[in-house]
Design a protein around this ligand. Structure first.
Ligand code: ATP
Length: 294
């Protein structure tokens, strides 16, 4: 059980600030998605978190920076670049070499090949693996030391839909058994179903943080949707209570009143209430709004 504490992390390339004073916490037992458009600073931030890039601020794994961990591979498994595996090495040889370096049992290699659904690829050289297969091998490599934390940069890159679903289920299971996952993506659809929390980064800055529902609410407060046999009369009654109401046929979209208040107003207004509910807005539109804002 390890928490990651990212504290005021920055990274400058010349005059350009690629990561600008980013702070957030990744609680243990959760999957946190680091979401942002291309070039927003995700990879740079993950490299800073792992102590690979220089810069300001720090990231602490249960209070210690990565470089100060005694056996880092047993705490943190990282997948930053699936092409980092030597192209001439066969998958099993590659994993055996990593296992030997980490003093992990050799039997772990075949367990991991099975776990990442590559049981028959052990004898294949890395250069002959597809991008999706290399991603799976990279995940297996990160798991050799049995870490409690996984840091993954765009891990769905190259995976087919089956692979994306497999990875989501795997990461969910890893977190549910106490692990901590920080994964980046530029695609909302690939994190929203698996992540407990999302940190949205744009132009190097953290622009939103929270559960998917919290992020949607922060951008678009929920709208109450009501349908009535007398929509004009209901609209007038709601406006008199201070609501902001738009009408489309017999449907009213109401901002500024809770659903229970709309129900109370409808009881005393002429006509019959046909339907009443809320429209929470989509995370997709919230993400586009937030990530597009400078
Ligand atoms: N080595 C470098 N030298 C100079 N600028 C860099 C370097 N690496 C990244 N950058 C710049 O830093 C910014 C953030 O890049 P980064 O790769 O971290 O973004 P990203 O969110 O991971 O993008 P993507 O989704 O495309 O992988 C970009 O403007 C990029 O051009």
């Amino acid at each position: 059980m390890t928490t990651i504490d990212v504290r005021s992390v920055s990274r400058r390339y010349g005059d350009a600030l690629a990561v600008d004073d980013v702070s957030f916490t990744v609680p243990s037992g959760t999957v946190t998605g680091l979401l942002g458009p291309n070039g927003s600073g995700k990879s740079t931030l993950l490299r800073r978190i792992l102590g690979i890039d220089p810069g300001q601020g720090t990231a602490l794994f249960d209070g210690r920076p990565y470089v100060a961990l005694d056996e880092p591979a047993t705490v943190v498994g990282a997948v930053l670049d699936a092409s980092g595996i030597h192209p001439g090495l066969r998958a099993r040889r590659h994993l055996r070499a990593v296992a030997a370096a980490l003093r992990a049992p050799a039997r772990r290699v075949d367990e991991l090949l099975a776990l990442v659904d590559l049981p028959h690829a052990g004898g294949v050289r890395a250069r002959a693996l597809s991008l999706g297969m290399r991603q799976r091998l990279a995940v297996a490599t990160a798991l050799v030391g049995s870490p409690s934390v996984l840091v993954l940069d765009e891990p769905t890159n190259g995976l087919d839909p089956h692979g994306v679903r497999w990875l989501g289920r795997f990461l969910r299971g890893f977190a549910d058994s106490g692990g901590t996952v920080l994964m980046s993506s530029h695609l909302l659809s690939e994190v929203e179903h698996v992540a407990d929390r999302v940190e949205v980064i744009a132009h190097g800055r953290l622009v939103a943080s929270g559960t998917c529902a919290e992020i949607v609410r922060s951008v678009a407060p929920s709208v109450v949707v009501a349908r009535s046999t007398e929509p004009g009369a209901l609209r007038d009654a709601l406006v008199a209570r201070g609501a902001d109401v738009t009408r489309d046929g017999d449907e009213l979209r109401v901002r500024g009143l809770a659903v229970a208040d709309v129900a109370t107003v409808a009881k005393t207004a002429p006509g019959l209430l046909l339907a009443l509910g809320t429209d929470e807005g989509s995370l997709e539109s919230a993400y586009l709004t937030i990530a597009g804002a400078r």
